[in-house]
Write a protein that binds this ligand. Sequence first.
Ligand code: C2E
Ligand code: MG
Ligand code: MG
Ligand code: MG
Length: 276
Amino acid sequence: RVKKQGKNSFQFFESTMDHSLSRELQIEKNLRTALDHNEFTLHYQPKQDILTKHIVGMEALIRWNNKELGNVSPAEFIPIAEETGMINDIGEWVLRTSCQQNKLWQSKNLHPVTVSVNLSARQFLDPHIVETVTSILEETQLNPKYLELEITENVAVHEKDYVNKKLNAMRQLGIKISIDDFGIGYSSLSYLKDYPIDTLKIDKSFVDEILKNGDSSIVRAIIAMAHSLHMSVIAEGVEVQEQLQFLKDHKCDQIQGYFISKPICATEFERLFLKA
Ligand code: C2E
Ligand code: MG
Ligand code: MG
Ligand code: MG
């Protein structure tokens, strides 16, 4: 592969590049058969009401175990699934499985919670996404009010009327919309008041600021803004009591993070959070 036997540093550089390229290609190759081989599972992470301490929801987070690669983090494979377009099929599986699981829990008469599903930009922009969500709701018989889609700010940079039309169509189904990792994206704030959004999810990086400074002006600003726009607000990545107290003092509505629980498998979630 190396055309010329040059200096050592040159060879070293080439082989490092080859290595990272092959990891990406390995992931891509194995991702293609992962659905058929049942290699994905979902973990669920609870969302807690900050005042009542009730578990009001859970976020579905995909996990991938592959024979060749072992466990691969979604932070690594979701971007590859997006680039290659595989995210549409994988995302549909996540949606269906989350809705089925939530419906199953409800039919066992466990206390009802909302399930939140991450939707990547490419999925959101898929012209068939509203039909897909509609048919999964029909198929699973989950009441739409117990489904939420988490989208990132980056979708807002796309054509405003198109985004707005899509969000409204989703809202019309009766499901909820939240903006994930809020505050770190590139979008302007002006779109916020026009879009039908239920919840802002404060990014972990701002929640971390609370620990560094004993304060976070961004956290306070996001909470104030959400409430003035009649949206609710949740903080992600809450790890310690001090963060929780700050968020409570500043009227954040919900929290999520290791302080409550890490993402766990369905059996554990049911045992820990849905049984009286
Ligand atoms: P996200 O949606 O912002 O999810 C939050 C991530 O932070 C999760 O990582 C979660 O395990 C982790 N986390 C939660 N609480 C804490 C905490 O207190 N401390 C720390 N250090 N981390 C915490 P995970 O599961 O590895 O997922 C990473 C990202 O991958 C997600 O970020 C999301 O963007 C994406 N992702 C995961 N599942 C799916 C999926 O089904 N579909 C799509 N499109 N993306 C997904
Ligand atoms: Mg999320
Ligand atoms: Mg997030
Ligand atoms: Mg985040």
